[in-house]
Design a binder for this molecule. Structure first.
Ligand SMILES: C[S@@+](CC[C@H](N)C(=O)[O-])C[C@H]1O[C@@H](n2cnc3c(N)ncnc32)[C@H](O)[C@@H]1O
Length: 293
């Protein structure tokens, strides 16, 4: 019963009622989603500004290690960075000192979030964070001005992901990077609502749909993956950006699920295998082949 709820939170009876270009609208859908599907993924509901306190929770560093995210971006002091779906600007203010000769564009659709960013700008005395009010379809970035666009726990709730990503790609310099940090959808033990997680496979499909090239996935965070994509570099007269090279992984990648010791992980896998079948086990990334029985 518990496993059923964990893995199948809503029924299969998802009748398609309307079809748009890139999207499907379904009547039956998850209560956590808006019933709109993009490349077979249901889009999650937007986290309202009343959740701002959650983004600023003191335990966040311990749980998500945001400082590791920022140091893993290899930012240069002159970079212009866009924090898309910035919320309270938690990541904008972490990045701002690292781009001291550049700036952070803190982009959000909720004016209340931008007011909070303005408040923190005064409070922290930081001047190189620039709030930008986006629309549901347009991040309103200046053309080819951004070195890196970061989205932390935000992309899965964009109502028009294709249009927003096209806007981001327009705003990126050639060779510029897009970085997505999302809870790992492959891991059923990460206790986050399914629509608030994404698999690497799904992220790759959606980024490929707007012409971005996958470069690297970093797995150094406790519960999220950090995926790096790149805008194609094409020759222009005023080309100023050098192509970004993936950095060698500094940490050893942990195999399997981030719970307990190896024995308890093995037992958990075997239980899942018994419940869902051998194919389920075989599909788990990095699961040692010799343990599939
Ligand atoms: C869960 S919060 C994450 C905030 C921040 N990235 C962090 O990790 O602290 C997601 C934010 O994305 C914003 N958002 C949702 N759709 C958006 C869109 N189409 N364009 C820009 N921001 C959007 C929401 O308003 C919300 O503030």
């Amino acid at each position: 019963m518990i496993w059923g709820l964990l893995f199948n939170p809503y029924t299969e009876a998802n009748a398609v009622t309307t079809t748009f270009n890139a999207y499907e609208q379904r009547v039956k859908h998850s209560p956590d989603g808006i019933g709109k599907f993009y490349i077979k993924r249901e889009i999650a509901r937007v986290m309202g500004h009343t959740g701002a306190g959650w983004l600023e929770r003191p335990t966040r560093e311990l749980e998500e290690q945001p400082s590791k995210v920022v140091s893993g971006l290899d930012l240069k002091p002159t970079n212009v960075v866009a924090d898309i779906g910035a919320g309270t600007g938690y990541f904008s203010f972490l990045m701002a000192p690292l781009v001291s000769q550049g700036k952070v564009l803190a982009v959000d659709i909720q004016p209340e979030m931008l007011d909070i960013i303005d408040f923190f700008k005064q409070e922290k005395n930081i001047s190189n964070v620039e709030p930008i009010l986006a629309t549901l379809s347009n991040p309103n970035l200046p053309f080819e001005s951004v070195d890196l666009a970061l989205m932390v726990d935000a992309y899965h709730e964009f109502e028009n992901p294709k249009e927003v990503m096209e806007g981001i790609v327009r705003g990126l310099k050639p060779g510029g990077r897009v970085v997505l940090v999302e809870y790992r959808g492959e891991n059923p033990f990460i206790m986050i609502k399914p629509l608030h997680k994404m698999t690497q496979k799904q992220v790759k499909k959606e980024m490929q749909a707007v012409g971005l090239t996958w470069r690297e996935t970093k797995n150094f965070l406790p519960q999220q993956h950090l995926m790096i994509f790149e805008k194609r570099l094409y020759p222009t007269e005023n080309q100023t950006t050098t192509p970004w090279q993936p950095q060698p992984e500094k940490q050893t990648q942990r195999r399997g699920l981030p719970i307990g010791n190896l024995t308890s992980q093995f037992l958990a896998y075997q239980y899942l295998g018994w419940y869902y079948g051998r194919d389920f086990i075989a599909a788990i990334p990095n699961y040692p082949a010799k343990l599939i029985i």
